[in-house]
Structure formats: structure tokens, C-alpha cells
Design a protein around this ligand. Structure first.
Ligand SMILES: Nc1ncnc2c1ncn2[C@@H]1O[C@H](COP(=O)(O)OP(=O)(O)OP(=O)(O)O)[C@@H](O)[C@H]1O
Ligand SMILES: [Mg+2]
Length: 313
């Protein structure tokens, strides 16, 4: 496998006042991937991004980007890293055009009006290029932040909750933008509270809580390993005991024998196939049912389950 584009070892951050926002974080990011960092409020996501982008001074640990130790060779590596911050901190009186032109030059890229035009058009901001940023809607302001990050053509791009407060349609738009960046070879690390976003976009997902990475995995593997299917089957008449051919499935009887609950499969449709077999077995055993409700656990279920486990431990 190719060298990681970003390698974090033992990264710890204790803020003044004693909050330990990061606690010995190890993380490798692969070139060209979309990595989603998921975690509740205060988990340390923004601190992690800040440490890589030079906004937060680590208490301990090393960060290597593009093979360079950031503590030694910060500026040249930083020029290859883009950031769309969580907070809208940009000059509100600036025009859209000037704000992104400024970002383009910030790390020594030459002024390239054609490239800026292309970026603004791709984000549907072209007709707003002469507007002051304060006159834009919240979602447009967020797009300006993305335009600014793109203007200096980063190889590694951090998006800190890129779609927070953005309407559904625009969110889908931004997913497309992000997918297009990946096509161009940009490596992307995003944080989000929308699990559906990680599920939709990411190649790998990392779960962070209390400054610790609980788990990192391929999205599909995470679904496969932890994902289950649940089916709730309401029976036409109550059952006292399950016939052995039904009890052979991962089922339990509830609601005074009127409801059969199936939990099984390992994501990827395995559970659904088994539920189909279960319904055939019910029919063969002459057990009638009035309704069948089936759902696959989402990344969200997995996430909540994992956090619950850690809290109980
Ligand atoms: N500048 C700061 N000074 C002191 N404590 C801070 C500072 N910034 C963050 N913290 C604390 O560090 C912890 C991690 O915060 P961080 O902003 O990294 O979390 P986050 O995962 O980005 O959360 P959110 O999902 O709400 O954006 C929190 O307990 C927070 O209160
Ligand atoms: Mg944050």
C-alpha cells in the first residue's frame, strides 16, 4: 500500500484550563481517500484538524504530512493543505471575488483569474462574485468558504462540518462537489454530524469520542462487521412455543407470543435473505402473520451502539 499522505502519532492536546481534547491519537490517511471523522460535540474533531492546519499547538505527538514532519517544515506542507473551517470567520465586507483571490495567493500560488472563475461557476457563485459576503445567505457563505479552500488547489483538504446548516438540496450539491474533488485526486478529511453524509461519501470512517479514536475502518467493513438486520413480524395468532424449525433462526418471541423479532445477518443484505427464508419457514409451519417490518442497521445505529458500549465499559 502507498505511503500515507498524513500520519499522526501520539497526538495529544491539553488546552489551558486542563481540558484534554486529544489523547494519544494515531491516524493514517491514505492518498486519494475520503475519510469521515464522526463524533459527538466536543469529541476533539476540530482540535485534530486545527493541529494539522497549524491553528492548535499540540501538547505532544507528531504529525507527518507528505512525508514531512510538520513541526520542522510547516510552511511548505501547509501550502498543500486546504481547510474549510467550521466557524464562518471571513471578512464580511469583502466581495466574494476578492476573498477567494486572496486565498489563492495566500500560500504563494500565482493569481489565476480563469481558475477562480471556474471555481465560482462550479459552486454556483459566479453571479455573486461582486457581492459582499455579508449579503449572502448562510449556505452561500459556506460555499464561499469552500471556494476559498479550493482556490489554492490543496492536495489534502479538511472540511469541518461542511454542510452544517445547509439545506438538503445544497447538501447534495456539495456532496457532488466533494466527489468531483476526489476524482481530481484530492484527499479529503471531513467531519460531520450527519451519519448519512459519512455513509454516502466516505471510503473510511473514524469514530472519535473524548479525544480518543475508538475505531477506524472501511465503511463497508464497518457495516459488514457490525451491521445487522432487524425484522418485526406480527403473528396472526399467539404462539406458546416456537417450533424448532423457527427457533433455529436468531429470533425471539415477544408481546405475549404475538410478535416474532429477528436480529441477524451481517449487513450487506445477508440478514434480508435470512428473513426471506424465515418467512418461508413460517408458511411451511402454517404460522400466519399480519405484518412484517424490516430494517438494516445504519452507521448511525452502529455509532450509537459503539458509544453505548464504551460508556458501559
Ligand atoms: N480554545 C479552546 N480552549 C479550551 N478548550 C477548548 C478550546 N477549543 C476546544 N476546547 C475543548 O476541547 C474539547 C474538544 O473540542 P473540539 O472543538 O475539538 O470538539 P469537536 O469534536 O469539534 O466538537 P463539535 O462537534 O461540537 O464541533 C471540548 O471539550 C472543548 O470544550
Ligand atoms: Mg468541531
Amino acid at each position: 500500500m502507498s505511503e500515507p499522505i498524513l500520519s499522526i502519532r501520539g497526538l495529544t492536546k491539553t488546552y489551558k484550563g486542563g481540558t484534554r481534547a486529544l489523547d494519544s491519537v494515531d491516524l493514517d490517511i491514505r492518498p486519494g481517500e475520503i475519510f469521515a471523522l464522526l463524533g459527538p460535540n466536543g469529541a476533539g474533531k476540530t482540535t485534530l484538524i486545527g493541529a494539522v492546519c497549524g491553528l492548535v499547538r499540540p501538547t505532544a505527538g507528531t504529525i507527518t504530512a507528505f512525508g514531512q514532519d510538520l513541526s520542522r517544515d510547516w510552511r511548505s506542507a501547509r501550502a498543500r493543505i486546504g481547510l474549510v473551517p467550521q466557524e464562518l470567520a471571513t471578512d464580511m465586507f469583502e466581495t466574494v471575488w476578492r476573498a477567494i483571490a486572496y486565498s489563492q495567493g495566500l500560500f504563494g500560488k500565482p493569481y489565476n483569474a480563469a481558475r477562480l472563475e471556474e471555481i465560482l461557476k462550479s459552486l454556483s457563485l459566479w453571479d455573486k462574485k461582486d457581492a459582499q459576503i455579508r449579503a449572502l445567505s448562510g449556505g452561500m457563505k459556506r460555499r464561499v468558504l469552500i471556494a476559498k479552500a479550493l482556490a489554492h488547489e490543496p492536495e489534502l483538504l479538511f472540511l469541518d462540518e461542511p454542510t452544517a446548516g445547509v439545506d438538503v438540496e445544497l447538501r447534495k450539491d456539495m456532496w457532488q462537489q466533494i466527489a468531483a474533488l476526489k476524482q481530481r485526486g484530492v484527499t479529503i478529511i471531513l467531519t460531520t454530524h450527519y451519519i448519512e453524509e459519512a455513509e454516502e461519501m466516505a471510503d473510511r470512517v473514524g469514530i472519535i469520542q473524548g479525544g480518543r479514536i475508538l475505531m477506524v475502518d472501511e465503511k463497508a467493513a464497518m457495516m459488514e462487521r457490525l451491521g445487522t438486520t432487524e425484522a418485526v413480524i406480527d403473528l396472526a395468532a399467539p404462539l406458546a412455543v416456537l417450533p424448532s424449525e423457527i427457533a433455529a433462526f436468531p429470533v425471539e418471541l415477544g408481546e405475549g407470543g404475538t410478535r416474532l423479532i429477528y436480529r441477524g445477518g451481517n449487513g450487506q443484505g445477508g440478514g434480508r435473505a435470512q428473513v426471506a427464508q424465515l418467512t418461508q419457514a413460517l408458511t411451511r409451519a402454517n404460522i400466519g402473520y399480519t405484518s412484517l417490518d424490516i430494517h438494516d442497521s445504519s452507521l448511525e445505529d452502529i455509532f450509537v451502539g459503539l458509544l453505548g458500549e464504551k460508556e458501559a465499559a
